[in-house]
Design a protein around this ligand. Structure first.
Ligand code: DGL
Length: 274
């Protein structure tokens, strides 16, 4: 690819489902000139209860699919895949790939004053301990308390954001975190920012919510500028394409409630072919 086509080439963004839209939205806001190809693995969600080998295999298939769209960089908009597969796929593919765990850890390190951070995520992310490792690499004095909240993903995917069952799940999972003295809480799963208002209300204003999406979009910006790949063209009409492995219409409706623009179409991909 020559340098000019590289600049206008899209960014590949993927997740197990709708959660990565919270990262795509942040990229759309911070990098409005960039084109995006999004893939949501709606046929195989959730990733959070799967093994490392499976998550690596799924991530490789998705990266092969996104490569057919000639993406210039990929953002793994999924904490689970970032925690378990980022290293493996970086070794295997040439396209630059960034995840959300390191940016999220960095954001928490600059947010906490009491040096006590909470992390909520999927079972796989919490089991990997990647947030604790990364935070303590940046500041060994920080205590990290991690907690898996496996019901949050299906509740979000089912559109139960405002439902009392979600309020009960938040109480069930976060009760033990509330009085531990943490002053920063990482939403360590890209589905959770869709419950941000409810989580913030439950935890109270003294605990600051950290959404890794913002920092991840900043990292992407830096990467593109550094490699002279940022889209600097005058054409402000960026293109977004959405692909899923199942239930395209349900995804389209969801995407319309998250993205800052109209999503007219979602396409189905047989991801097992890649
Ligand atoms: N949204 C993903 C994450 O950030 C995965 C959720 C899931 O599929 O379990 O971890």
């Amino acid at each position: 690819m020559d340098i000019e086509s590289k600049k206008t080439a899209p960014i590949g963004v993927f997740d197990s489902g709708v959660g990565g839209l919270t990262v795509a939205r942040e990229i759309a806001i911070q990098l409005p000139k960039e084109n995006i190809v999004y893939f949501g693995d709606t046929a195989r969600v959730p990733y959070g209860s799967k093994s490392k080998d499976t998550i690596i295999r799924f991530s490789e298939q998705i990266i092969r699919f996104l490569s057919t769209k000639h993406v210039k960089a990929i953002v793994i908009a999924c904490n689970t895949a970032s925690a378990l597969a980022l290293e493996a796929v970086r070794d295997k593919f040439e396209v630059p790939i960034i995840g959300v765990v390191v940016p999220g850890a960095r954001a928490a390190v600059t947010t906490t004053e009491r040096l006590k951070v909470g992390v909520i995520g999927t079972e796989a992310t919490v089991k990997s301990g990647m947030y604790t490792k990364n935070i303590q690499k940046m500041n060994p004095e920080i205590t990290v308390i991690e907690k898996a909240c496996p019901l949050f993903v299906p509740l979000v995917e089912e559109g139960f954001r405002e439902h009392h069952i979600t309020a009960e799940a938040i109480d069930y999972y976060l009760k033990s975190m509330k009085n531990t003295g943490i002053d920063a809480m990482i939403l360590g799963c890209t589905h959770y920012p869709l419950l941000r208002t409810q989580i913030q209300e439950y935890l109270g204003e003294k605990i600051k919510i950290v959404n890794p999406a913002y920092e991840a979009a900043m990292d992407l910006k830096q990467l593109l500028e550094h490699a002279d790949m940022a889209n600097t063209g005058e054409d402000l009409c960026s293109k977004y394409e959405f692909y899923v492995s199942d239930a395209a219409e349900k995804f389209r409706q969801f995407a319309n409630s998250v993205m800052p623009f109209d999503v007219p179409r979602t396409n189905i991909v047989n991801i097992e072919e890649y």
